[in-house]
Design a protein around this ligand. Structure first.
Ligand code: DGL
Length: 264
């Protein structure tokens, strides 16, 4: 049986990238809801409907686990999904806790995510519960979702966009950036260029991949597959090899961002 990965778009590939590292002998289905992306700019009701439809579809593919590789979708629908399906469902949340615990010095953290994630009560409660010294500042960056969906990773443009969005922030005050949207790790190098190489950049993808492995191991369901990925685009299997190559090239972009982190 395969493992389903779901996102509003290509962002979920950043989580799948980490999963394949720790679970190379699984076979995966990657489902991007590209017809309805971006979720972060839509209403909660609409987005919940999209997520439940996609999950129904993935359930029909006989998956053994589902990863909601989208912070927005997790915050809105994880409880409903767990009520509706009996395979394990693993979500991803903005890594606020690790960010608070990370630096010993009191430098601030900036958390970037979608508008919808930042509006959610669940998110506010999480921050309230652990951010006792008011260290976390939040910012929505919908433009990064758009850049990623257009497969536009041109650094000059991205840095300009970030400079503009962060113009009211005093960047040297920040020691950690929390990437609270799975589309954002593609742009790690641009964040680094802007904030300086010493900034810590964290996301929930490594933790999510580890959790997936643990869940499968606990259920004795680790696979003997080949690491294959079958791609679906809002319910349609992608067969166009050019599009599949485009998706796979995203892993090379992520390799690049990791290389620049060696020794850091
Ligand atoms: N990738 C998604 C996330 O992690 C959302 C992007 C969007 O559709 O707005 O929140």
């Amino acid at each position: 049986m395969k493992i389903g990965f779901f996102d509003s778009g290509i962002g979920g590939m950043t989580v799948l990238y980490e999963a394949i590292k720790v679970l190379p002998y699984e076979d995966y289905i990657f489902y991007a809801d590209t017809l309805n992306v971006p979720y972060g700019e839509k209403s909660k009701i609409k987005v919940k409907e999209y997520i439940l439809n996609a999950a129904e579809f993935l359930a029909s593919q006989n998956i053994k686990a589902l990863v909601i590789a989208c912070n927005t979708a997790t915050s809105i629908a994880i409880e409903d999904l767990r009520r509706n399906f009996d395979f394990p469902i693993i979500g991803i949340e903005p890594a606020v806790k690790p960010a608070i615990n990370k630096c010993t010095e009191e430098r601030k953290r900036v958390l970037v995510a979608t508008n919808l994630t930042l509006k959610e009560e669940k998110f506010h409660n999480l921050v309230k519960e652990i951010d006792h010294h008011d260290l976390v500042d939040c910012l929505a960056l919908p433009g990064l979702v758009e850049f990623a969906e257009n497969f536009d990773f041109s650094e000059g443009k991205i840095i300009k966009y970030l400079e503009n969005e962060l113009s009211s922030f005093d960047l040297k005050l920040y020691g950690t950036i929390v990437l609270g949207c799975t589309h954002f790790p593609f742009f790690k190098n641009s964040f680094e260029k802007l904030f300086g190489i010493k900034v810590d950049i964290i996301s929930g993808s490594v933790g999510t991949a580890k959790q997936l492995k643990k869940v499968l191991a606990d259920r004795n369901q680790l696979g003997k597959g080949s690491g294959s990925i079958t791609f679906f685009d809002s319910g349609h299997k992608i067969v166009d090899q050019e599009i599949i190559s485009k998706y796979k090239r995203l892993f090379e972009i992520l390799d690049e961002t990791q290389r620049s982190h060696v020794g850091h």
